[in-house]
Design a protein around this ligand. Sequence first.
Ligand SMILES: Cc1ncc(COP(=O)(O)O)c(C=O)c1O
Length: 470
Amino acid sequence: MDSPLDPLEHVADLFTRILLERQAQEAREPVVRPQDPDVLRSLLEIALPEEGQDLETVGQRLSQLVKYTPSTASGAFFNQLFGGREPAALLGETVAAALNNSMYTYKVGGAQVLVELELIREMGQRVGFEDADGVFTPGGSLSNLVGMLLARDRARPQSRTEGLRGPSLRVYTSNQSHYSVTKAISMLSIGSDHLVRVDVDARGRMDCAALREAVRGDLAAGYQPMMVNATAGTTVLGAFDPLDEIADVCEEFGLWMHVDGAYGGSAVLDPGQAHLLSGCGRADSVAWDAHKLMGAQLSCSVILVRERGLLAQSLDENASYLFQGDDSTLNPGTRSIQCGRRNDALKLWTLWQALGHRGLAERLARFRRLALCAAQIVRDAPDLELVRDPEFINVCFAVEGVSAEELCQQLTERGLAMVGYALVDGRAVVRLVLVNGQATDEDLRALMDRLKEVAAELRLATAGRLGVVF
Ligand SMILES: Cc1ncc(COP(=O)(O)O)c(C=O)c1O
């Protein structure tokens, strides 16, 4: 069908329609309608056509796809470490896509580069770096990889040209850290066998005595200790490693200190929680995802580096066809793994403009308040067991007589809520994470009510199968 509209107007119109339809869907429909992928394939027009379709038809097909996509902005979405939909961030994200500037040079990015530099400066200061270097990356995993790359290049300056030689390098991380650290050490050819997993205390924080002992042992065995990855906000428990103590160890042994704040880095925005990152300014590098707690759309992550010049030292290449003219500070491509690079900074900037420092602090404080409220609901329920007092905004609990895996699966299958489970002390528990800016107190209470109802049903079914008489 031909449209009288200019194609861009038509696109804007389709976008608005799809967005509003989605919002309406979120208000009246379940968070997810689980479907078998083969059924979905038959329902939707996913195959690519021989002949091009008009925009209206493309819009209709797109709108169908959207209907069968889980609603991460629904008030019943509590899965993983992101969620919600911040309107101001969506504005920046949409405009960035419309502009389509590659963020490698000032020549191509123009004012957009200044936005990225301003965010790096502000976020650097927040973590305690006076004059931070940094760059946006496609996610926390990549930010961690870059942090480890810099550490490797400091420990072995020749590795960039000659490859790795000499005694094996060693990296230390808590046994609660994110799997991206294991991926990074493999990708950098140090080898995952050289990742030393340090024990944690009862709260899930790295045990610094064990760390010191491990470093000493490795030195005696002829290894070269290189870096400690401290986690600020572990994925499951939300624990913060003691950064000041880790910094002491790093100083004592001359190790690079990287803070994986992909998840918990945002705590610095709330004066009530910033103490969790005390000592962060003594680190060499920090990874921080704005697509988690801050609510910028995926993906939006930064690697911040205390000393200027190190990113370029590890990542800059001669490319006279690309880097032309400007001072290299203005060319983020000289500090990035990527060549062509999407603009992930703009959505964070529009979000920050809309909320201000104060609004962001309130957002973080609200998540914490919700987490404490969830923990209290758990404590008050006789059949729920809080496995740890929440360190941050993760609430992990067991449900009497019910497998966490089955419970979470049932909640999803029935479209009631999306919430995940994880292993704590070797047993699967529900891991509720309060990072969805759209989720209200009522949503949280509704989730907990549904969860308790489904758990009671599952218990009855199990008792029935086992022939238990009450
Ligand atoms: C502690 C921690 N570090 C790193 C990551 C990886 O971040 P991303 O998903 O942005 O790659 C995560 C993701 O959940 C995380 O929890």
